[in-house]
Design a protein around this ligand. Structure first.
Ligand SMILES: Nc1ncnc2c1ncn2[C@@H]1O[C@H](COP(=O)(O)OP(=O)(O)OP(=O)(O)O)[C@@H](O)[C@H]1O
Ligand SMILES: [Mg+2]
Length: 244
């Protein structure tokens, strides 16, 4: 089982849209995928038509390793894709993980290791105890970046933080919300290629069809499979799959 996180210090950069679309693509490619929603906003949970509720004992039992995981894990409308939902209570994760061994999140899923090929974490935008747990638990951090100065700055902050803490988890950035008509976006992407050799080269366009995921409550592959954004997420997934 491999574990990846869609993570950024910055909010609103497309983490959730990416987590859901990548999970859908991976499941369509035949992998058994578990998507874990760690964000109390529970947007991933909503996109996959589930209730914001952690069954089997809530997040506290989950962290303690005492949850009934078979009850906590829910079905989604997609074959091969299961969901570990978030609820508003997920805001307590930070506090509950305080003082725990750094890869507790990974340990929590141990009973499921045989059941899934891939676990994707959708993370809240913060740098905290929870994110520290994420960094130590996953095989790779997928970091959506909008081609703006501030977004690139938070990517550097992240890498500096990992270096300082001696965390060797690879960071694979990729661009989202890109407007190809904007010169500055394209110039930023071009400059970036030289600085971050580990970046993924697929580019997710800024496209209104992605916003429609909230109305459809489904990944792009389910309601707009021929759209440019769906195509971009497919390419991004294939690139990740080759590297994993
Ligand atoms: N490629 C895209 N094109 C257009 N809109 C997008 C795209 N990706 C995401 N959005 C929209 O931008 C908003 C933020 O996206 P999303 O929720 O995926 O970001 P996030 O990083 O998970 O945010 P948060 O930090 O709040 O968890 C949403 O309204 C979403 O529909
Ligand atoms: Mg989100």
């Amino acid at each position: 089982m491999q574990m990846v996180a869609v993570y950024s210090i910055k909010g609103g950069v497309g983490k959730t849209a990416s987590a859901v679309n990548l999970a859908a693509r991976a499941s369509l490619a035949g992998h058994r995928v578990l998507l874990w929603d760690l964000d109390p906003q529970a947007a991933t949970t909503f996109y996959l038509r589930n209730k914001p509720r952690v069954r089997g004992g809530g997040v506290e039992k989950l962290v303690k390793g005492k949850a009934a995981l078979n009850k906590a894990v829910r079905d989604t409308p997609l074959d091969n894709l299961d969901l570990l939902p978030a609820s508003f209570e997920s805001r307590e994760l930070d506090q509950l993980l305080e003082g725990r061994k750094s890869s507790r999140l990974r340990k929590v899923l141990k009973p499921l290791f045989e059941d899934y090929d891939l676990v994707i974490l959708d993370c809240p935008p913060s740098i905290s105890t929870l994110s520290g747990q994420v960094f130590s638990s996953v095989d790779v951090l997928l970091v959506p970046v909008v081609p703006t100065t501030l977004s690139l700055r938070t990517l550097e902050q992240l890498q500096n933080h990992l270096d300082r803490e001696d965390i060797a988890t690879p960071v694979w950035p990729f661009f989202t919300l890109v407007d190809k008509r904007r010169k500055m976006h394209m110039q930023t992407i071009e400059d970036f290629r030289q600085q971050w050799p580990a970046q993924l080269s697929s580019i997710i366009p800024n496209a209104s069809v992605v916003e429609r995921m909230g109305v459809e409550q489904a990944p792009l592959s389910s309601f707009a499979p021929r759209s440019a954004a769906a195509h971009a997420y497919r390419e991004l997934w294939e690139e990740i799959e080759r590297r994993l």
